[in-house]
Ligand binder design. Structure first.
Ligand code: THU
Length: 143
């Protein structure tokens, strides 16, 4: 197995374990995500649903927000692997793509894995032409 495949399989195992912790009583679709940091640490997340459906949080965003809450920053985040208990793969939703683009570089790999298939993208492919905002430049112009 190549180093890259090895890394993804290792993260898939973490993401699969995380999926078992999901709070998904409405969809019954338990998703897990695992982020590998440049120092080798792995931070995971799962989807957390709400009776007010729109408040539900996907596994990818839970993992990223959890990493931030634990003291990691964008500079630490290297690779994300998502796991769904399925025979197919699912691409990250639009909200997660925006959050992935906030914290991972455009060339970082995001993988969707399951029991039967895997797909890989770069963050920049998931959200081409991402919204970028230079707050300092904007303030200088407007204040
Ligand atoms: N979900 C994720 O956690 N990640 C994805 O990439 C797609 C969807 C969750 C949201 C919701 O709790 C459930 O899967 C069904 O949409």
């Amino acid at each position: 197995m190549s180093k890259q495949t090895d890394n993804i399989e290792h993260l898939r195992q973490h993401a699969k374990l995380a999926s078992e912790k999901a709070h998904a009583p409405y969809s019954n679709f338990k998703v897990g995500a695992a982020i590998r940091m440049h120092n080798g640490d792995v931070i995971t997340g799962c989807n957390v649903e709400n009776v007010s459906y729109g408040l539900s949080n996907c596994a990818e965003r839970t993992a990223i927000f959890s990493a931030i809450a634990q003291g990691y920053s964008a500079a630490d985040m290297a690779t994300v692997v998502v796991y769904t208990p399925s025979d197919q793969t699912y691409a990250p939703c639009g909200a997660c793509r925006q959050v992935l683009a906030e914290f991972l570089p455009a060339d970082a790999v995001v993988s969707s894995t399951s029991e039967g298939a895997a797909r890989h993208w770069r963050v920049g492919e998931l959200l081409p032409d991402a919204f970028e905002f230079d707050v300092e430049a904007y303030r200088k112009k407007t204040l």
